[in-house]
Write a protein that binds this ligand. Sequence first.
Ligand SMILES: NC(=O)c1ccc[n+]([C@@H]2O[C@H](COP(=O)([O-])OP(=O)(O)OC[C@H]3O[C@@H](n4cnc5c(N)ncnc54)[C@H](O)[C@@H]3O)[C@@H](O)[C@H]2O)c1
Length: 330
Amino acid sequence: MAVLVTGGAGYIGSVTVEALLESGHEIVVLDNLSRGHRDALNPQIIFYKGDIGDRQLVRMIAREHQLDACIHFAAFAYVGESVVSPQLYFENNVEQGVALLGTLAESGVRCVIFSSSCATYGEPLVLPLDEKHPQNPTNPYGWSKLMLERVLEAYERAGMLRFVALRYFNAAGATPKHGERHTPETHLIPNVLAAAEGLLPSVSVFGHDYPTADGTAIRDYIHVSDLANAHLLALDYLIDGGSSEFINLGNGRGYSVLEVIETARAVTGRPISIRNEEARPGDPSQLVAGAEKARRILGWRPSRAELATIIGSAWEWREQHRHLIDQPLK
Ligand SMILES: NC(=O)c1ccc[n+]([C@@H]2O[C@H](COP(=O)([O-])OP(=O)(O)OC[C@H]3O[C@@H](n4cnc5c(N)ncnc54)[C@H](O)[C@@H]3O)[C@@H](O)[C@H]2O)c1
């Protein structure tokens, strides 16, 4: 089974590539390294540095490697950046994403797993958010993901491919080899840990008058290796002839920003100072997954659902990989 992994040099992509390798699939990675790291990939992996929107390159890869499937991670993924610079998101995630899907379809690649997001739901009307919840994104990043969901659906209806669109909630944690290193880092857990390490003077808490028990935003954190495992299951599901599906990936349990910080204090044994900041535009108050469908359709069972386990794995990875962590002081 030959699988193209776009964005395989990124955080979730590199963990999934490792898991795919262990399961014996032939892997080809396409990444332009705009936000990923070449050293996050096993040097033996077949790697193409390039854009997903480069039709000629994707056509050549599909032909050369007789691709059966694609796991499409490559995208820009910062909500705040998408609000300030929507063009980046529509060009990179949508325009290039549409080019990729069209090229895969015309090249005969019949199975696609797509990294969608809980950001496609927008402000929740009811919680937990199941897959039937209306989708009304509050930021261009969420729209960019929703647009690609619609494109996939159209190709599916035309009989050109089948897909599983996985709507991740908040990916977090690390494996012994791979952890989160984005520049700039906007995700909560790495920033909380950078504050615990003294690399940041404090951690910014965006918004403290949300309608939640402690006033801070609530998110559903999912361990990156549980996420990776769901991709393997989705791949088997599609290869076995499964029909196209939209599936949430979360643990069904939400934690507030202050709960995350408190847990990180306990895990690291270090003090972590807080700086209160205004809520960020486009940031919903609560995002918690209805996670039953992933269990029912894919047989997915998260094995690292505890917040302390998730944070602990990220902390261990940071301790082992200090040389890789590029955290600017602010
Ligand atoms: N991290 C999360 O919590 C989360 C939540 C929901 C959805 N997602 C989605 O999961 C996917 C992976 O997220 P991540 O956190 O690993 O992000 P990441 O930034 O670490 O990885 C994305 C990778 O895609 C590459 N890339 C981006 N645009 C490209 C292009 N046009 N051509 C080729 N390569 C390109 C980058 O270089 C990077 O290696 C993204 O699609 C993201 O939107 C992430």
